[in-house]
Design a binder for this molecule. Structure first.
Ligand code: HSE
Length: 435
């Protein structure tokens, strides 16, 4: 029986510091849960001169990654440096040296997951990343363990806190896009480059990871169709609200019956009665549908020091138990299938469209005919008294289910109509309801 499990920590920033706090605060309980104490034996930081004040004198700090990666006494390496490099190289080195690795690094997992899993399997160690998606929300382990008997048919996720915060502010306080972004940045929610948040890339990395696990097939970042919220206008959010919808930036992964799988990130209009529509501010939520469990939703804090540390420390406990029971490497890569990607053009969903058109007789009929010519059936048409400019009207249309292909053809036809000044926005509608 081991006397203690030694951990090497790469990075003592916001999340790294959180891990130290949680492991220390709950050390007694954790030791009992594992069967022996967890000891953080070395911590990598950029410069010893910048050793965080709160941990000075309590831990052994180093500037040299090899002190951790090549230390035979260290059982587990926790990588919390962020960014792709050198995090990926350090993780590879640790796995090759037969150390289990825990990371919160979604960039690395989404891009190099396949390679790192193979390396972990080769060395019979664990590679865990619960904190990479949804911060403190348990979702990786539930997919890999608790829901493993299911065929997962869809995963819908609010998996970016920054954009959810912004959309909440825009919707509830009529705040402009720019003000909402500035506030999210000031509160420290946004990535260092906020275009990864508002442009959808951060969520794309996360949905690629979830889809790979949920559907047991490798989904690369390049397989994910990405649209952000940067083109959304306040009036779309207002229209959505009036029509009984909330607009959310969703990661959407679907296992289509006979048509492969799809993964995407885009703004979605969700009926207000959908459980995801009620997830506001910086909260994240992942709504999973499986053939046995039905619908299940996981909600919580998707970022932040202690919530993310909670997920990392959960992995530490799991890996430590595996080490003690000689069962590391038990759950490796679950991508044992090669499912094909469903072409975006074939995906069916209803759609919201806002247009500026000339306000004169026959225009509505011409627009309805343009939709009809592409086989698009309309569900609602609204013309509000909005002053755009003289003799211009704003029309809002919601369609029945339409394939992306037919939708694009309809947009082309509409744009060619002399009576249509502009197709201002197109937003997909999610009509899946809780069962
Ligand atoms: N910028 C991310 C978010 C943080 O807003 O959710 C966690 O990945």
């Amino acid at each position: 029986m081991k006397k203690e499990i030694n951990v090497g920590l790469l990075g003592a920033g916001v999340v790294g510091g959180g891990v130290l706090i949680v492991l220390e605060k709950n050390a007694d309980d954790i030791a009992k849960k594992v069967g022996c104490p967890i000891k953080v034996s070395k911590i990598l930081i950029k410069s010893l001169a910048e050793t965080p004040e709160e941990f000075k004198g309590k831990y052994d700090f180093t500037e040299n990654a090899d002190d951790i990666l090549n230390d035979p006494e260290i059982d587990i390496v926790i990588e919390l440096m962020g960014r792709e490099h050198p995090a990926k190289e350090y993780i590879s080195q640790a796995l090759s040296n037969k150390k289990s690795v825990i990371t919160a690094n979604k960039d690395v997992v989404a891009k190099y997951g396949a390679e790192l899993f193979a390396l972990a399997a080769e060395n019979n160690v664990d590679f865990m990343f619960e904190a990479a998606v949804g911060g403190g929300i348990p979702i990786i382990r539930p997919l890999k363990n608790c829901l493993a008997s299911n065929k997962i048919t869809s995963i819908l996720g609010i998996i970016n806190g920054t954009t959810n915060y912004m959309l909440t502010k825009m919707s509830k306080e009529n705040m402009s896009y720019g003000d909402a972004l500035a506030e999210a940045q000031a509160k420290g929610y946004a990535e260092s480059d906020p275009t990864a948040d508002v442009g959808g890339l951060d969520a794309a990395r996360k949905i690629a990871i979830l889809a790979s696990i949920g559907f047991n097939t490798r989904v690369d970042l390049d397989d994910v169709y990405v649209e952000g919220i940067d083109h959304l206008e306040l009036c779309d959010i207002e229209y959505a609200r009036d029509l009984g919808y909330a607009i959310k930036l969703l990661g959407v992964a679907k296992n289509h019956k006979d048509n492969g799988i799809s993964a995407a990130v885009y703004p979605v209009m969700l009926p207000l009665e959908h459980p995801l529509a009620a997830i506001n501010d910086v909260f994240n939520a992942i709504f999973v549908t499986g053939d046995a469990v039905g619908d299940a939703m996981f909600v919580g804090r998707g970022a932040g020091r202690l919530p993310t540390a909670s997920a990392v420390c959960g992995d530490v406990i799991d890996v430590a138990r595996n080490i003690i029971h000689n069962s590391t490497g038990r759950i490796s890569c679950t991508c044992f299938e090669e499912k094909h990607l469903c072409a975006l053009e074939n995906i069916m969903a209803p759609c919201y469209m806002r247009l500026h058109v000339q306000d004169k007789p026959g225009v509505l009929a011409a627009i309805a005919a343009a939709f009809g010519a592409q086989g698009v059936s309309l569900k609602n048409v609204i013309q509000k008294e909005v002053l755009i400019k003289d003799s211009t009207a704003e029309l809002v249309v919601i369609t029945h289910d339409v394939s992306e292909y037919n939708l694009r053809m309809a947009i082309q036809t509409l744009k060619a109509l002399p009576a249509v000044d502009e197709v201002c926005s197109v937003i997909r509608v999610e009509n899946q309801v809780m069962e």
